[in-house]
Write a protein that binds this ligand. Structure first.
Ligand SMILES: Nc1ncnc2c1ncn2[C@@H]1O[C@H](COP(=O)(O)OP(=O)(O)OP(=O)(O)O)[C@@H](O)[C@H]1O
Ligand SMILES: [Mg+2]
Length: 248
């Protein structure tokens, strides 16, 4: 028998009053995949992540991780199933060093010695911040802080990593480094990456799922999605001339 998808949703919905923030979403990601999730502001991307991590309970529908329903599980129990997330909200302890921030994350699931090993490996080999290991988080640049946030997620050794706008506010070489980091991390973990920046999406994407008004509008390979008339409409209608512009 083949393995179940790493994550699978069936007719997944969450409604806030009359607002259908996520509506009948059927979605799955397999081991090793790197899936990009795009869509205009308010499309339901972050809310979808909150359903996958148990922050919101669905109004209807199901989420399965490795074939197991997560209904009724707490967020920390879902994290233990191997789901890690970097949210849009900064989570670092500003007055702690890079090493301390990442060590604390590793320590949640590991003993002291193992947490040390994991932190060292994540910092030097996985996010490439060896020379900043003892630097206080508050002294880092925007890009470096984002990479430490990635390290905090990696230190929990998740099987599935959800990243909500990992390149937000980045340009040039920082954006390129983040794309390279994500591709490297994807060698050992499946990922779902939400991003607005189309240059970034083009660098990392294979399959792209487009959300609009809580529903899946299109799902296909990156070139097909970016050429799709419906996708261009939902972006161009709202984003003409902005940095996130899908491009003419
Ligand atoms: N807890 C909540 N209560 C009520 N409405 C909510 C709640 N969370 C999100 N919403 C609404 O649900 C819709 C989807 O929001 P969500 O944050 O998921 O969008 P998004 O695709 O992540 O957008 P962005 O690209 O701007 O981050 C929006 O209309 C938002 O205002
Ligand atoms: Mg969002």
């Amino acid at each position: 028998m083949t393995n179940p998808p790493l994550v699978e949703t069936r007719e997944l919905s969450v409604h806030f009053g009359g607002l259908k923030a996520v509506n009948h979403v059927n979605f799955s990601v397999c081991d090793g995949e790197l899936r990009c999730l795009i869509g205009p502001n308010g499309a339901g991307k972050t809310t979808f992540f909150r359903l996958l991590t148990g922050v919101h309970a669905p109004t209807s529908g199901t989420v399965k991780i490795n074939g197991r329903s997560i209904a009724g599980l707490q967020t920390h129990q879902i994290a233990k199933l191997g789901v890690g997330i970097k949210t849009q909200i900064p989570s670092l302890f500003d007055n702690l060093s890079v090493h301390e921030n990442i060590w604390l994350s590793a320590r949640r699931n590991h003993g002291r010695a193992a947490a040390n090993q994991i932190a060292d490996r994540v910092i030097t080999e996985e996010v490439g911040l060896g020379e900043y290991a003892n630097t206080e988080a508050s002294k880092l640049s925007h890009g470096q802080r984002q990479w430490v946030e990635l390290g905090v997620v990696l230190a929990q050794r998740p099987k599935l990593i959800l990243l909500d706008e990992p390149a937000a506010g980045m340009t040039g070489s920082d954006m390129e480094k983040t794309a390279e980091l994500i591709k490297r991390i994807n060698r050992s973990s499946a990922m779902i990456v939400v991003e607005h920046d189309m240059e970034f999406i083009k660098r990392i994407a294979k399959t792209v799922t487009v959300f609009n008004r809580g529903e899946v509008l299109v799902e296909s390979d990156v070139d097909t999605v970016l050429a799709d008339e419906r996708v261009r409409e939902v972006y161009l209608g709202k984003r003409m001339g902005q940095r996130h512009d899908i491009g003419a």
